[in-house]
Design a binder for this molecule. Structure first.
Ligand SMILES: NC(=O)c1ccc[n+]([C@@H]2O[C@H](COP(=O)([O-])OP(=O)(O)OC[C@H]3O[C@@H](n4cnc5c(N)ncnc54)[C@H](OP(=O)(O)O)[C@@H]3O)[C@@H](O)[C@H]2O)c1
Length: 312
């Protein structure tokens, strides 16, 4: 591989006989381009999403670019814990999983509670992925050299505190941006605690995190309007394309580096440009709160109680 700070997709290794599961793979988003590059290198990619028609669209888009790609499709709604359990059951027959990419997410959504009584951003961005990772752990261990890559954001820095209160109860007025920041802080607290627990249990799985900088995906429009096309949603989606320093394809590079480069567990990969908005991926660091072990442990325990699973 070239030097870690000069990483490009040319550094992606051959991935034949590897299986990767990616969440949130809708066309035009980071999950789509993450899946495409991994499929190009020969990986079998399990495309997941809450809308089967959208997953099928991604499958076709990848096949158009990489004919013969080995693709599986699984329905997965991370905002519904019963759907996460069904998806894990559907994946159980696929054998060892070499990389799990916890990519799916929502940003800045209006206040809403999921069927499990959880605030939507925390449910989608943290609790769903927490449960999914735990349920897939036996298949990750079976790979004997697996990784869990979770996609965070520089917006984790907006969070003043970790979300450690009872997640099924409202605590004061809901503010959508701090709530997003807390969910992205949770991605990092989760990654660092997972890595420590995996090392303590001497399991052959590493946990890493990545962030894309600022990439032109449908995240902003989806969060504000629940869609990226039609009327004002199209206007916002188009504006994001103009101002983003990164294309969606480039935004996937930090994830791809975290998924495949020779890096230690707990590495956090992001772009190297101004404010980490764009540029080449390299190992970076997250804020001080994300490295606080007591906070990591408390979020882990709260997450176990909330989704009803204990691991590793
Ligand atoms: N774009 C950026 O600049 C940026 C910056 C920092 C971090 N990120 C992070 O990057 C990740 C990917 O976002 P993106 O920018 O690619 O946005 P995107 O284009 O909106 O893609 C988000 C993906 O998540 C899926 N998703 C949303 N809710 C879900 C649920 N309940 N269950 C399963 N899948 C669900 C979406 O599916 P649907 O199509 O069905 O909605 C979509 O496939 C997110 O974790 C985000 O926080 C992005």
């Amino acid at each position: 591989m070239s030097r870690a700070d000069r990483w490009t997709t040319a550094d992606l290794p051959e991935l034949t006989d590897r299986t990767v599961l990616v969440t949130g793979t809708t066309v035009g988003g980071l999950g789509h381009f993450t899946s495409l590059e991994l499929a190009r290198r020969g990986a079998r990619v399990v495309l997941t999403g809450r809308n089967p028609a959208r997953v099928a669209e991604t499958r076709q888009a990848i096949l158009d670019e990489a004919p013969g790609a080995a693709l599986e499709q699984v329905e997965l709604d991370l905002a519904d814990l019963s759907s996460v359990r069904r998806a894990a059951a559907a994946v159980a027959g696929l054998g060892p999983i070499d990389v799990l990419v916890n990519n799916a997410g929502v940003m800045g959504t209006p206040y809403s509670r999921t069927p499990d009584g959880l605030e939507l951003q925390m449910a989608t961005n943290h609790f769903g992925p927490f449960l999914l990772t735990g349920l897939l752990l036996p298949q990750l261990i079976a790979s004997e050299h697996a990784r869990v890559v979770t996609v965070s954001s520089q917006m984790h820095r907006v969070a003043r505190s970790a979300p450690l209160d009872d997640p099924r109860t409202s605590h004061g007025r809901y503010r959508r941006w701090p709530a997003y920041g807390q969910s992205k802080l949770s991605n990092l607290l989760f990654t660092y605690e997972l890595e420590r627990r995996l090392r303590r249990a001497e399991l052959p799985v590493k946990a890493l995190a990545a962030h894309p900088g600022f990439a032109s995906t449908h995240l902003a429009a989806n969060g504000q309007y629940g869609r990226s096309t039609g009327g004002i949603a199209s206007v916002l989606d188009g504006a994001i394309k103009v101002v983003s320093p990164n294309t969606a394809a480039r935004g996937a590079w930090p994830t791809l580096m975290a998924a495949t480069a020779d890096l230690p567990g707990a590495s956090y990969v992001g772009p190297d440009g101004f404010m980490e908005w764009g540029g080449r991926p390299r190992v970076t660091s997250s804020n001080r709160l994300s490295y606080d072990e007591t906070t990591q442990r408390r979020l882990w325990q709260l997450s176990e109680q909330t989704v009803g699973i204990t691991y590793p």
